[in-house]
Design a binder for this molecule. Structure first.
Ligand code: NAG
Ligand code: NAG
Length: 331
């Protein structure tokens, strides 16, 4: 088992926990919005940052703290000054980019998902960033609404593709990420859906002892008698080198091999290229929620098919997210 735990590339990324790298090619306007200083304070105040904990930041209790803090205007400069004086915190042990593929119209779902991620306990010694992934937003109304959403939450990624599910969006995602995040690479890249509830700490615990390269992990789906399963689209993880390989592999596009079930195709590319040999099947801890909503399990890593609010409510209830919440916010 090859375990490379130190990539020199990461040395500089220790304190870059928050989505300061906000690069937003906004479809119609083709605007490249980089918010190097604002991005950091916006995102930090918005809660997805709570999933991201360096070893040094581990003292900061549960997820609720950051989430409830208000938008800090002008905090950026103070922060910058503080950063200049204090030594950088130790490099986080494990970093993961979670890309939730979604479409502009599913705004309410994203609201639920942001809450779901923000209210989770932090995964210790890790940097986990969540991005909502779109293709180019061509409708001007949707483009404006996605733009303000991006500004408000700092967790949006708009790729250079036409919106689709099985016509290359996953390829656009996996091949763009190594370039967009080149200055602060992650150990792992995940693709997941907006009807999947991911339990981040459980996933990070699963990844921690794994190799950091040539990894392909998820809910394994065998094809015929091929011993190398592909990973179901509800959520799968590849290591950074595998994403880089997809990004650099011109054959995939040359063979027009991006049309069809996206999850099966990823498995096909990797099998042809002999990649993702460290392959891990997380069944039964990743699964589809059944019709009766009675197959939750306490050791869940991801539960999929949360296609309506009733199913999200059942999920929050099962995992005790709603326990002890006082609905009225009183002094
Ligand atoms: C690629 O495949 C799609 C779907 O099968 C097809 O519509 C398209 O014409 C193909 N493009 C090329 C260049 O072969
Ligand atoms: C939710 O809380 C109950 C009561 O404390 C506990 O028995 C149960 O194991 C918890 N469920 C999960 C999924 O942690």
């Amino acid at each position: 088992m090859k375990t490379t735990s130190s990539h020199g590339l990461h040395a500089a990324s220790a304190s870059l926990c928050t989505p300061y790298l906000l690069l937003l090619p906004l479809g119609l306007l083709a605007v490249l919005l980089a918010l190097p200083s604002l991005g950091s304070s916006y995102a930090r105040s918005q809660g997805l940052g709570v999933l991201c904990r360096s070893a040094a930041a581990g003292t900061d209790g549960g997820g609720g703290g950051d989430y409830s803090s208000s938008v800090a205007s002008g905090a950026g400069d103070e922060k910058k000054a503080a950063v200049a004086e204090t030594p950088p915190p130790p490099r986080p042990e494990l970093s993961l980019l979670v890309g939730v593929l979604t479409v502009p119209g599913r705004r309410e779902r994203r609201d639920i998902l942001r809450t779901a991620y923000a209210l989770q306990p932090a995964a210790p010694a890790s940097r986990v960033d969540v991005r909502f992934v779109f293709c180019s937003v061509t409708d001007p109304v949707e483009a404006a609404l996605v733009a303000v959403e991006a500004r408000r939450h700092g967790d949006v990624l708009v790729l250079d593709c036409a919106e689709n599910m099985n016509d290359g969006k996953t390829h656009a995602y996996l091949s763009s990420v190594p370039r967009l995040f080149a200055s602060a690479p992650y150990d792992y890249v995940m693709k997941t859906d907006d009807d999947t509830y991911l339990r981040v700490a459980a996933l990070v615990a699963e990844l921690r002892p794994r190799p950091r390269d040539d990894v392909y992990l998820g809910y394994g789906f065998p094809v015929g008698d091929d011993p190398m399963p592909f990973m179901h689209g509800m959520g799968y993880v590849v290591s950074w080198d595998v994403a880089r390989w997809v990004s650099a592999n011109g054959d995939i596009l040359r063979h027009n091999d991006t049309h069809g079930p996206e999850d099966l195709l990823v498995g096909k590319w990797l099998n042809i290229g002999g990649r993702g040999r460290n392959r891990y099947d997380l069944k039964p801890r990743m699964y589809d929620l059944n019709w009766f909503m009675d197959n939750f399990r306490p050791d869940t890593i991801a539960v999929h098919m949360l296609k309506d609010n009733r199913r999200w409510a059942a999920t929050f209830t099962y995992f005790n997210v709603t326990a002890r919440i006082h609905t009225n916010s009183l002094p």
